[in-house]
Write a protein that binds this ligand. Structure first.
Ligand code: SF4
Ligand code: SF4
Length: 535
């Protein structure tokens, strides 16, 4: 039977707070009704268990190594408290202090947000994954340990939380059991943003304690600043990718199509998530094809950092976010382009179009836009010749949270698909009510220990249900089906989800970007642009 977990347990319970997660999971539709046919969350090996702190739920996202002595534990707690003080001060948190305080001070405990959270509901309503759980733990620590008047009050109200190593270690892991999709915030009648609280907790751990998933920090931001891209792609490697893409384009169209690089004064500096060059070069090809055919004046940059729209700091660390945002803007200024444009990458929309407003100012504040409305203009105004008959296969659309809920880009992608895909079927719910792919806030690239198992089984569970629902009448493997995901991270999460449940092999479900569907409909391309064995 599921143990009843309370807030106080975070600092008291011995062992794992929850175990055997699979048993409590929500039911899946056909063909996965049987729990035994579903993938497992691997138990860690004895040596992993000895090394990593997995006392939250048996999963290790951040690879937190257990302290060896009581002194180390005490030091850990001390650092957390000092970081928390800074998080709550104007001088040290000028970026997000106001929205953080509004969210910390105003929760009415109505629990509307809980039903909106796919991680909470799909886990079988595990208390520790409730949107308010981590927020309330933070509130109570602040009240009891940072506010004098709170000490007495918390005793009377029974809201005491022990501030010890266990509490803080579990809170650190818990900040990586939320994808910052902000569906909860949208459902809150008073606008409390539990996603933002998650972000701020992550920020405290990263900026003040040096704790962040290696995939986001060392292999992400640090590598991007040093080598040029979070994928490890150097400018030299970029040149070879571009040469390869140009040769593919020539083979496809029979004419040379160049990808402009470092073109001074271009109208648009296009920034792709550099993962596209490695994992989905056909997506970069599709952009080049469509832009070339429509006569767009555009360029890529070959400057370190500026050929990768990635800015992982947006998920965990304001300092890292600012470093990358400034480098992006500097490259655009040096090239004297009129505007910067983000390709199909959701978190880059958030970093470049929204959060950068707080960090790139003055002459670095260059106009920044999404590529989706431009693609809409090209398609809806017939700037290139397209034949919807070439897209006669079932298509559904995944809405990246940062595109729809955060940036308000909801209809342009739909107008494109409605015009080009005769068998378009919406997921339910969709648009601003969408569910995260499960890969948001870095989850798509995080793979420490058994974290990717947990992501595919719990965080992506609702997306799996939506995809199965959209294609339930055409599940035969002979029918090619396409999940359109206009975001690199969402594509990565959906790729892993389809592989985990063998949905491509056994049920013909493929995935890809939005511009790929446009390229596939181009009358100038002989045959199909989309290769089903790769999509
Ligand atoms: S919906 Fe808003 S007010 Fe209600 S519990 Fe959730 S965060 Fe608090
Ligand atoms: S931001 Fe998303 S994942 Fe995080 S608590 Fe809210 S609804 Fe759940």
């Amino acid at each position: 039977m599921k143990r009843k977990i309370t807030l106080k347990d975070i600092g008291k319970l011995e062992g794992q707070m929850i175990d055997n997660q699979k048993a409590g999971l929500s039911e899946l539709p056909a063909p996965f009704e049987n729990l035994d046919d579903q993938p497992d969350i691997k138990e860690l090996t004895a040596s992993q268990k000895a090394k990593f702190d997995i006392s939250l739920d048996g999963v290790s996202a951040i690879g937190l190594v257990k302290p060896q002595t009581k002194e180390e534990e005490d030091e850990f707690v001390k650092k957390f408290l000092s970081g928390l003080k800074k998080l709550l001060s104007k001088e040290n948190n000028w970026t997000f202090l106001q929205p953080l305080m509004l969210s910390l001070e105003n929760c009415a405990k109505c629990q509307n947000c809980s039903d909106a959270c796919p991680i909470y509901t799909e886990s079988g309503r595990q208390e520790i994954y409730r949107p308010t759980y981590r927020a309330e733990v933070l509130r109570r620590i602040i009240r009891k340990y940072l506010k004098k008047e709170g000490r007495l009050l918390s005793k009377f109200t029974g809201s005491d939380i022990d501030l010890n190593y266990k509490t803080i270690a579990r809170l650190a892991e818990l900040s990586y059991r939320c994808t910052i999709c902000r569906r909860c915030a949208q459902s809150c009648p008073i606008g409390v943003d539990n996603g933002l609280i998650t972000h701020e907790i992550r920020k405290l751990f990263s900026q003040e304690m040096g704790i962040a998933p290696k995939e986001l920090h060392q292999l992400g931001t640090v590598q991007q600043l040093k080598v040029g891209s979070s994928t490890g792609t150097s400018p030299k490697a970029l040149a070879s990718f571009i040469a390869f893409i140009e040769s593919e384009l020539e083979e496809l169209t029979g004419k040379p199509i160049k990808l402009p690089v470092d073109k001074e004064g271009a109208d648009i500096l296009l920034l792709h998530n550099a993962g596209e060059f490695i994992s989905w070069p056909e997506h970069v090809e599709a952009f080049a094809l469509v832009f070339d055919a429509a006569g767009i004046d555009w360029t890529l940059s070959s400057k370190l950092v500026a050929y990768d729209s990635v800015n992982y700091g947006v998920w965990y660390d304001d300092v890292q976010l600012a470093r990358i945002a400034a480098r992006h803007a500097q490259a655009a200024r040096d090239l004297k382009v009129k505007r910067m444009m983000v390709g199909e990458c959701g978190h880059a929309h958030k970093a470049m179009l929204v959060v950068s407003d707080r960090v790139v100012t003055g002459d670095l504040n260059i106009p920044r836009e999404s590529a989706i409305p431009l693609l809409e203009d090209i398609v809806l105004n017939d700037r290139i010749k397209l034949d919807p008959g070439k897209n006669r296969f079932p298509v559904t659309l995944h809405d990246p949270c940062n595109l729809v809920r955060l940036s308000g880009i909801v209809e342009p992608q739909r107008r494109i698909i409605r015009k080009l895909c005769p068998d378009f079927r919406e997921m339910e719910p969709h648009g601003v009510d969408n569910y995260c792919c499960g890969g948001g806030s870095g989850f798509a690239i995080m793979d420490n220990a058994n974290f990717a198992d947990w992501r595919d089984v719990v965080a992506s569970r609702m997306k799996l249900k939506q995809i199965l629902g959209a294609f339930k009448d055409v599940m035969s493997p002979e029918v090619h089906k396409y999940v359109c995901a206009p975001c690199s991270n969402c594509k990565g999460a959906i790729r892993d989800l389809l592989a985990r449940y063998e949905l491509t092999e056994k049920h013909g479900i493929h995935y890809g970007g939005l511009v790929d569907l446009i390229a596939n409909a181009m009358v100038d391309i002989k045959g199909q642009f989309i290769h089903w064995d790769e999509a």
